[in-house]
Design a protein. Structure first.
Length: 583
């Protein structure tokens, strides 16, 4: 039976030692005077020796740092007397002088001469380094607080007392002896309107929701004024159940900053009031053209409530105008000089708006470019009105062809271009041959329909660079630009186009006739044209002269039987086409 008990005890000890080995903890057995009886490999490593035989029978003070040997001996004596020792840290030193801090937890087994001390030993080098770093950090923190001029307070929650630094008292205008150690000295000075926010931040920190309590609030000064402070607090000690025991913090005077913020906010409010009141679009951009601020009018303009901050201000600009606008923006940043530009903006729904913008550079206090303010306006309606005015001034309202005024301008441009290229141009004067009977029989509305169709057919007979104009009534002008440097070749080209026009206009017209409330009817009408043509080159004549030459040739065509082409003989021999196409 005794043998079985011994076996069980041995098995239990071996199992315990195996568990200790698995945790990486040193295991040591010493006698009552501190001599080593047994140890595991981890403990041997802590001593700085290579194997167990080198330390068996030796006192543990042999590898204890010299300055702690007496402390170690007293600890062994204390453990043998009271039966245990907890969290005892001692420095071990190896043969190379390397110091290893070791934490020891020990208990006694047996009594009298058989008393043994069993210890678990753990290398706490990393923990000591962390504690040293933490202590150094705290010392730096305290030094920084004192140097920064912050007011420091230390609140003992259990006792309801607090310690206030000299700077904390001075910040509120008190001498050091004028404020006691009651915690209420702090809380009683918080502005009533700020108290709820302050307490909410403190409670959130105490509950572990935030790493620290930080809040801006007003504090009452000795002279009755209120001073804005930034309060920071942190629980530095808690009880066994997690309850806060000690709260340490600072108060920083931020009155000047709050005044500056108030002044800045007043400026912002004023700016926003202007931006939100006027109809123009105001944008503040960074130096890459991203939006920092947009007036509310932009949201209405884009038809979205999306926050535009941080978006590229060039995205909505029409692709054909985008690079030009970017370059103007870059020039403004580089030179500091704004320039008014017009461009198109394409909205998400596909519509295109005409815009006019002016940018100005904002610089910082050192004169460096900081922001660009752009004021824009939608000029779509204005442009439309301008186009309408231009259309009325330069275009025939019925056919939408250029009128006499625009024709004169284009004829002058053509003459200048012909002079540079040394090429001839040609002017055709057209008069419809059978137009008046249509008006008399079916009314002016039907006659107008025929004139519109004539304009369409004429445009289909000429090049894009040429001009078709309505001269008045049933008279039209066709101007051919830059034909050829050779007069005969130019004459031949003009004849081909004139014949093409004559044949095209001679084709039947199918026109709609209104019946006054009854279903509309259609009528077929045939209408030929008499054409007078003159060549011109350079500025050897006035525009009125060229029109007169073509007009004379047109009357000659009328006199020749109508549906005829007649050339003025100023630059080419008399020539006309009879109705059957013969010369």
């Amino acid at each position: 039976m005794d043998t079985t008990s011994a076996d069980l005890r041995q098995a239990s000890e071996e199992k315990y030692r195996a568990l200790v080995e698995a945790t990486g903890t040193g295991y040591l057995i010493i006698d009552a005077i501190g001599r080593v009886l047994d140890a595991n490999e981890e403990y041997v490593r802590l001593t700085g020796h290579g194997e167990l035989g080198q330390i068996l029978g030796r006192p543990v003070t042999d590898w204890t740092a010299e300055h702690e040997r007496e402390k170690n001996a007293r600890a062994v004596e204390h453990c043998a007397r009271v039966g245990f020792i907890r969290n005892f840290v001692i420095d071990y030193v190896d043969g190379n002088g390397r110091i290893t801090p070791v934490e020891i937890n020990a208990t006694t087994v047996g009594v009298g001469d058989s008393l043994r001390i069993v210890s678990l030993c753990r290398d706490v080098t990393e923990r000591k380094q962390f504690e040293d770093a933490l202590r150094e950090s705290e010392e730096r923190w305290k030094f920084a607080l004192e140097g920064a001029g912050d007011g420091v307070w230390d609140w003992n929650i259990q006792t309801g007392t607090a310690v206030y630094s000299r700077r904390w008292k001075g910040m509120l205008g008190y001498a050091e002896h004028e404020i006691g150690n009651a915690a209420a000295e702090w809380s009683s000075r918080v502005h009533p309107d700020d108290m709820a926010d302050v307490m909410a931040k403190i409670q959130a920190h105490i509950a572990g929701e935030t790493p620290s309590a930080a809040v801006e609030f007003r504090m009452l000064c000795k002279d009755g004024s209120w001073k804005w402070t930034l309060g920071r607090g942190m629980v530095v000690s808690r009880g066994s159940e997690g309850q806060p025991l000690r709260l340490v913090g600072t108060n920083t005077d931020i009155s000047e900053r709050k005044c500056a913020e108030a002044a800045l906010q007043e400026q912002k409010d004023f700016f926003h009031l202007i931006a939100e009141t006027i109809g123009d679009f105001i944008a503040v951009l960074d130096l890459d053209g991203r939006r920092i601020y947009n007036s509310p009018s932009y949201s209405h303009f884009f038809g979205t409530a999306t926050d535009l901050r941080g978006t590229d201000s060039f995205t909505e600009i029409h692709a054909d105008d985008r690079e030009r606008v970017r370059q103007v923006f870059r020039d403004t940043v580089a030179t500091g000089k704004g320039r008014q530009i017009q461009y198109r903006m394409q909205l998400a729904n596909g519509s295109i708006r005409e815009m006019e913008s002016m940018g100005n550079l904002i610089r910082d206090q050192d004169g460096r470019a900081k922001r660009v303010v752009v004021v824009s306006r939608d000029i779509t309606e204005r442009k439309q009105m301008e186009d309408e005015v231009r259309q009325m001034a330069f275009y025939d309202p019925l056919t939408r062809l250029p009128n006499r005024r625009l024709l004169g301008d284009r004829l002058g441009q053509c003459m200048a271009a012909n002079k540079r290229s040394a090429c001839y141009g040609a002017l055709m004067f057209l008069d419809l041959d059978n137009f008046k009977p249509l008006n008399d029989c079916h009314g002016h509305a039907v006659g107008d329909s025929l004139l519109v169709e004539v304009a369409r057919r004429l445009l289909g007979c000429v090049r894009q660079m040429d001009t078709v104009a309505r001269f008045g009534g049933d008279e039209f002008i066709v101007m051919l630009r830059e034909l050829n440097a050779d007069q005969d070749e130019s004459t031949a080209q003009a004849r081909v186009i004139a014949e093409k026009i004559r044949l095209r206009l001679a084709e039947p017209y199918v026109l709609t006739v209104g019946q006054g409330g009854r279903p509309d009817a259609t009528v077929e009408h045939r209408c030929t044209v008499s054409i007078g043509v003159t060549l011109f080159i350079g500025h050897d004549a006035q525009t009125d002269d060229i029109l007169k030459w073509a007009d004379i040739a047109m009357y000659e065509a009328k006199a020749a039987g109508r549906n005829v082409i007649r050339f003025n003989d100023r630059y080419c021999p008399p020539y006309f086409l009879a109705p059957d196409g013969g010369a």
